[in-house]
Design a protein around this ligand. Structure first.
Ligand code: CMP
Length: 139
């Protein structure tokens, strides 16, 4: 499975703004198969654990506050070259720099409320998929 999966989260801003359906359609239209999906509202421990690699960053507390501000939709996605192609599909972390037509260009408002997450490596994709989903929940 390594190399073929990525983990995404439709973030609280995009869910609150009613963009969940359009974003899922955008992802499926780009050739991804949904292997797992759910809606959850994370607490501080859950969001902090997900972003553990960023815990020394100055924006960590704000990031956790934002990610716990409402429900979000984590998904495991499958396609060849999943991680790299998904990062192209979503665009730059800061929506001001995101290419035309990318998900962040279309739906994100700021570097923090940036609509969607995508894993940055195959290794992290597997860790992140396992963080949200058990083997029984992946199809
Ligand atoms: P994401 O791809 O989910 O991974 C880490 C997140 O931290 C990133 O998206 C941004 O939402 C957030 N982030 C990264 N850099 C900054 C920053 N300079 N200020 C605030 N948030 C940031």
């Amino acid at each position: 499975m390594s190399g073929n999966i990525t983990l995404t989260i439709i973030k609280p801003d995009a869910v609150a703004n009613g963009h969940t359906g359009k974003i899922i359609d955008h992802i499926i239209s780009a050739g991804y198969k949904v292997k797992a999906m759910k809606m959850i509202h994370m607490n501080d421990r859950e969001a902090g654990g997900f972003y553990e690699v960023h815990k020394e960053r100055p924006f960590f507390n704000d990031l956790v506050s934002f990610m716990t501000s409402g429900p979000c939709v984590p998904m495991v996605l499958e396609k060849d070259n999943a991680v790299a192609d998904f990062r192209t599909l979503i665009g730059a972390t800061n929506p001001a720099d995101a290419a035309e037509g990318t998900i962040r260009n279309l739906y994100a408002k700021s570097i923090e409320a940036n609509a969607i997450h995508g894993s940055d490596s195959d290794e992290n994709a597997l860790r992140e998929a396992g963080y949200f989903f058990s083997e029984l929940e992946m199809f």
